[in-house]
Design a protein around this ligand. Sequence first.
Ligand code: NCD
Ligand code: ZN
Length: 351
Amino acid sequence: MSEITLPGLVDVHTHLRVPGGEHKEDFATGTAAALAGGFTTLLAMPNTTPPLTTPQVMEEAFQQAQADTRCELGLFAGASPEQIGQLPALAPYAVGLKIYLNDTFGPLRVEDLPTLTSCFQSWPQEKIIAMHAEKQSVAIGIGLAATFNRPVHFCHISRRQEIELIDFAKRRGLPVTCEVSPHHLYLTQADAVRLGPLGDMRPLLGTQDDVDALWDHINDTIDCIATDHAPHTLEEKRAASPPPGVPGLETSLPLMLTAVQQGRLALSRLIELMSTNPRRIFNLPEQPDTRVDVDMLPYRINSNTLLTKCGWTPFDGMEVIGQVRRVQLRGEIVYEKGLSIAPPGSGQMLS
Ligand code: NCD
Ligand code: ZN
């Protein structure tokens, strides 16, 4: 197997930093990195500055994205107690609603029950609710999914206690799904010590036991692999109080293909986790004449060749298998041999 062809991959959890963080990433650079990583559809998170919680900010971000994106792109609206009445007005520009129950980069947080209840009552039924929920917060999300009988998607699940609770919930037939990020499958607390701020993200890296539990559920409970591409500049990461988050768009596919090569994951399952399931769960359109050609040869991940504006990765120097050679999107070659060919604005917005 020296070359394989995959369908266009979907990342349901990317931070593209517009508005307010364009020095870290923007729609044009982030979607170039996406194509380099084999992704032809991205869903971008709302924890921008200001966050995507008002119709005006949401509409402006949507228009900027339309002008700049090189692949299919959808935006999440953000839930905030102050703007909760605006939710229906945000929906036309959004593929889903993101609710942050736990601390992470940026001030977006929902900490009171009335706001949570409003989200479930006023967000359109056909658009999914995604949650950043850790530890016992996962139980809150499951309870709301059951109470309101509507789907909840859990972002970047990272601990044994969480994946096992979601497994129970799914066995009870509750409408919950979840994603796991490759850094939580490949790195532990020991790597966090070695990497310092370059290994700091939310959720934090777990124990070996947490990592083992995630791999144990790769063929059942886990629905999607999502990058949680969270670029910050090296300068910011090396300053006092560095922000949490690591980039992932260009390393996620090679890391998962390395697992395929090692016999830890079937290639057909990788396609479900990175393309079929995300499309189904988030109700995203198929992309005709779209394919990702990958060379299945070993190479070392190299920060200097990345297209993300932040220009670094916690996986620098790691030997992996699977390098994207060419990406075709809706019949056009959009990426080839390290070069992003698709012009900004050639991608389509999803809503
Ligand atoms: C993310 C970011 O930088 O926006 N950081 C992170 O550590 N994952 C926020 C998030 O996804 O929680
Ligand atoms: Zn994130």
